[in-house]
Design a binder for this molecule. Structure first.
Ligand SMILES: Cc1cc2nc3c(=O)[nH]c(=O)nc-3n(C[C@H](O)[C@H](O)[C@H](O)COP(=O)(O)OP(=O)(O)OC[C@H]3O[C@@H](n4cnc5c(N)ncnc54)[C@H](O)[C@@H]3O)c2cc1C
Length: 440
């Protein structure tokens, strides 16, 4: 066995990857464990869900990203348990990985807040499989509407509801508005896709609560231009494959829709529960672990908790949001602390988050940006969004591919990745017979 320190990183998302890269020159054995063999750039997932980009363009094999780091090995494995007393990580296949230092960066998963039955009818956008399932659902709805002869059923196929007016919901709604208004405009014969109804439903009094009110208002205006109907202060109380019911101040309302998409919330990785029990650390309502100012788990200076699973306060005392920058900076900080310890020069400064600003894209040429107190909207914000997202894509090849796709889409409105993959549904009712088929 090596006499070197063993550093284990769970998760190669934004936090884990930045931690691993920060340990590139550590005189230690670094092991990165992830249940997927790729790093996923989640902020562009809505573009996969709406057919602009293909899954491979927003993902990169972890092994290839870290190939140049001689001190680092990558394991494909699903961590099921962390034993704090024995300093061991257990994998679902029975594998056991010991550590001296551990960085847990397992991220979050979508949450239906006790209504897990909605998961089947209203897919969320958290994994690449879910993104392609949403793409399937959206594209299939237009196909089914084209062959539907019952006017009410046809309207239901062309009625889309997105639950949750945060960043993901807004970006999905904007992209859907664009597909309906522009991309598919001339491609169907029986339906007019631009007559689709798109609803964005939000429980709070306004959408995008993480953004300043004026930018949220600018986002609503841009969404309206794309035909998106934004409803705030409404709570969804039932979803089925045919209907959605929400409660508003004026009473309950049911809409007939065949496509409901879920963007209403996340909860931490399942690993946080057991860590809380073992360490006595507190969990907040999103099941995030309350950590020390140096991102370590209370009572365990050898264990760092970073990214979406950590509850950390910013310099204003407010809890930091679950965004990529918080995870990246957390990863860099944890790596720096471990390096300091290895060199016998402990880092004493607590974690400090530097807010580089927030961005949200609403459609082609339209975005909002809050950067160092500067509120921008429209084309300038969109150009910044474009630059930042390409800059942070992990692989150079992906940057080139994405730039080409976006350039092409900007000029032509087309979306090149509009494939309906996976098992195809068949519209069940009132569907026009196929020409040439028996009885048709
Ligand atoms: C649709 C969407 C859009 C978003 N848009 C933005 C945006 O525009 N801007 C922004 O800043 N943020 C955005 N975010 C949030 C951002 O992606 C997250 O805050 C960030 O990914 C958190 O990083 P992380 O390292 O904590 O977790 P993740 O990046 O989620 O990585 C977690 C990793 O851990 C692995 N893992 C989990 N559990 C296990 C286990 N038990 N065993 C092994 N491996 C495991 C996962 O496979 C994954 O690779 C978006 C998120 C989503 C879902």
């Amino acid at each position: 066995m090596s006499a070197q320190q063993r550093i284990v990183i769970i998760g190669a998302g934004f936090g884990g990857l930045y931690a691993a890269q920060g340990l590139k020159h550590a005189r230690a054995d670094v092991t990165v464990i992830d249940r997927r063999n790729f790093h996923l750039f989640q902020p562009l997932m809505y573009q996969v869900a709406t057919g602009t980009l293909s899954p491979g363009e927003i993902a990169a094999p972890i092994r290839s990203v870290l190939a140049g780091q001689k001190n680092t090995e990558v394991f494909l494995g699903d961590v099921v348990k962390i034993d704090l007393a024995r300093r061991e990580v257990s994998l679902s296949d029975g594998g056991m990985v010991p550590y001296d230092s551990l960085i847990v960066a397992a991220g979050s998963r979508s949450a239906y807040f006790g209504k897990d039955v909605w998961r089947d009818v209203a897919p969320s956008l958290k994994t690449i499989e879910e993104a392609t399932a949403i793409r399937h659902k959206i594209l299939f709805a237009f196909e089914a509407a084209e062959r539907e002869t019952d006017p009410e059923e046809r309207k239901a196929w062309l009625r889309f509801a997105i639950v949750g007016g945060g960043l993901t919901g807004v970006e999905l709604a904007g992209a859907l508005g664009e597909i309906a208004r522009f991309t598919l405009k001339h491609e169907f014969r029986a339906i007019r896709p631009e007559e689709s109804q798109i609803f964005l439903l939000e429980g709070s009094p306004r959408i995008m609560s993480a953004f300043p009110p004026d930018l949220a208002e600018a986002a609503v205006r841009s969404l309206n231009k794309l035909g998106v109907n934004v409803k705030t202060g409404v709570r969804v109380i039932d979803i089925s494959d045919q209907r959605l019911t929400y409660r508003a101040a004026s009473g309950d309302c049911t809409m007939h829709t065949r496509t409901v998409l879920w963007a209403a919330g996340v909860t931490s990785s399942e690993l946080t529960e057991s860590l809380a029990v073992q360490s006595g650390a507190q969990l907040d309502k999103l099941r995030r672990l309350k950590v020390n100012p140096d991102l370590t788990l209370p009572g365990h200076p050898e264990v760092f908790i970073i990214g979406d699973i950590a509850q950390i306060a910013g310099s204003d005392g407010k809890v930091l949001p679950g965004v990529a920058q918080v995870a990246m900076q957390g990863g860099e900080y944890a790596a720096k602390v471990i390096l300091g310890r290895l060199k016998g020069k402990p880092v004493t400064k607590p974690f400090h988050y530097f807010d580089k600003g927030s961005l949200a894209v609403i459609g082609r040429g339209s975005a909002v940006a809050d950067i160092a107190g500067l509120h921008l909207s429209g084309l300038i914000a969109w150009l910044i969004w474009l630059f930042v997202h390409v800059l942070y894509l992990v692989e150079f090849r992906n940057r080139i591919m994405v730039m080409i796709q976006w350039g092409f889409q900007y000029i032509t409105f087309s979306r090149g990745a509009r494939l309906i993959t996976g098992p195809t549904q068949t519209p069940s009712r009132s569907v026009a017979p196929v020409r040439g088929a028996p009885g048709g």
